[in-house]
Design a protein around this ligand. Structure first.
Ligand SMILES: [Zn+2]
Length: 424
């Protein structure tokens, strides 16, 4: 999930609860222009405090014009190739999943135990409406499976648990080493709770010295490397990358992890190169922002655009009330307040950027408090229509340094939003 994914609880709650298109109509035109007074003049914070294990949000039908896509459904699965039996797989086994709306499967998540620390996701090898084949990734631990679309919609976790057979030593002592690498998720967001992470293992009879290189897909350049020292054979290693090299935040794009190992005899093995295997299990899509609305949505026009209404300083994104909202970029919460026009709102001072991000008309008080450190993709609340709002929507603003009503100035966030929508 990466997605780009929130906490396991959020993730499990994120399956679609949207009904048919025939919901109550919501007026869209004539949106309120927002021009806030400085925060000092705003009213005090509203009631609710965030709770742990917040239940799945109650959603209203999405407003007209929101593209509706069915969430994936996972009905059954079985191990079909290189398996110990139908429910027991090992790294490299092929699992076949059956269900509905699977044609847009972006990744299959091997969920392991509760919490997402041990989750490993893999791209499908084959996907059709009713069937998906996936290779069991390195690092997968026993647990449920789920299917995720690119837009964050997910199936419920499977009832049946996948068992993982202990790795079989394929090579005798003295055999030449080989290396296997697997990224834990297909997307990685800068400053997310989970950094980009890989698992790798050196196969062979002996310990070997391992070197991990980060290769930029655009031009094949090695942007950084890690000397892992001597690693034992058949022992899964892991490595995390925070998105920076020498303190410098790297450009968004695709990156691959390449691992080479040299054994005592000087025999060298290199993991499969980008493009040799498809989908490349060692490649991640590194992104600096996540799209803040996790559900069907569309961008408002006219008065809902930046500058569209008198004093409209942001972009409106329409979605059903109750649709989860996440931080587009991590940072520190500068303001969390209630205002007669903005409703429940929150302003986050983005980390490693001078930009402030404002989210307005939240259904309830935000899930985080002023002063809190928030991570990219962290749930911050739900789409609502508090304050002066016609229809459920997120009013989103971006402000240049030094920031929101602090000497900065707002700019049109639409291009950024559309970019994030495409990639996350
Ligand atoms: Zn607005």
């Amino acid at each position: 999930m990466g997605r780009h994914r929130g906490s396991a609880a959020t993730r499990r709650a994120r399956t679609s609860a949207y009904g048919s298109r025939s919901g109550r109509a919501i007026a869209v035109a004539g949106l309120t222009a927002l021009a806030l007074a400085p925060p000092a003049a705003a009213q005090s914070t509203g009631g609710a405090t965030p709770r742990e294990g917040t239940p799945a949000p109650t959603l209203s039908p999405p407003p007209p014009g929101v593209p509706l896509r069915k969430p994936p459904q996972l009905r059954s699965w079985r191990c079909v190739k290189s398996c110990q039996d139908r429910v027991t797989a090992g790294t490299g086994s092929i699992v076949r999943i059956r269900g509905r709306a699977l044609a847009r499967t972006y990744e299959v998540v091997f969920m392991g135990a509760a919490g997402e620390a041990d989750d490993v996701a893999a791209a499908p090898l084959r996907r059709k409406r009713h069937v998906v084949d996936v290779r069991v990734p390195l690092g997968a631990v026993p647990g449920s499976l789920l299917v995720a679309h690119h837009d964050g919609q997910q199936s419920l976790p499977s009832d049946a648990l996948l068992a993982i057979a202990p790795p079989v030593a394929l090579k005798e002592a003295g055999a030449a080493p080989t290396v296997e690498v697997q990224a834990q998720s297909r997307r990685a967001f800068f400053d997310a709770a989970r950094p980009a992470k890989i698992s790798y293992v050196v196969h062979g009879g002996a310990a070997a010295r391992a070197l991990v290189e980060l290769v930029r897909a655009r031009d094949g350049a090695v942007v950084t490397s890690w000397d892992a020292g001597e690693v034992a054979p058949e022992t899964t290693q892991s490595l995390a990358w925070d998105g920076t090299v020498g303190g410098k935040l790297q450009k968004p794009g695709r990156y691959s992890f390449r691992v080479s190992a040299v054994d005592a005899a000087g025999v060298r093995a290199v993991s499969a190169q980008t493009g040799q295997t498809k989908p490349d299990p060692a490649q991640i899509h590194f992104l600096r922002h996540e799209f803040p609305v996790r559900g069907p949505h569309y961008f408002g026009e006219h008065a809902a655009r930046f500058g569209g209404g008198r004093g409209h300083q942001g972009q409106d994104v329409f979605a059903a009330c109750g649709t989860p909202l996440v931080a587009a970029r991590g940072g520190v919460v500068k303001f969390k307040q209630y205002h007669s026009r903005a409703g429940h709102y929150i302003v986050i001072d983005g980390v490693r950027t001078g930009v402030d991000y404002a989210y307005m008309h939240l259904r309830d008080a935000a899930l985080v408090d002023a002063g809190d450190r928030v991570r990219t993709g962290q749930p911050i609340g739900y789409v609502g229509d508090t304050g002066r709002a016609s229809g459920c929507h997120l009013h989103f603003e971006m402000w240049r340094a030094p920031g929101w009503y602090d000497g900065g100035s707002p700019f049109d966030p639409l291009r950024s939003l559309m970019n994030w929508d495409k990639t996350s």
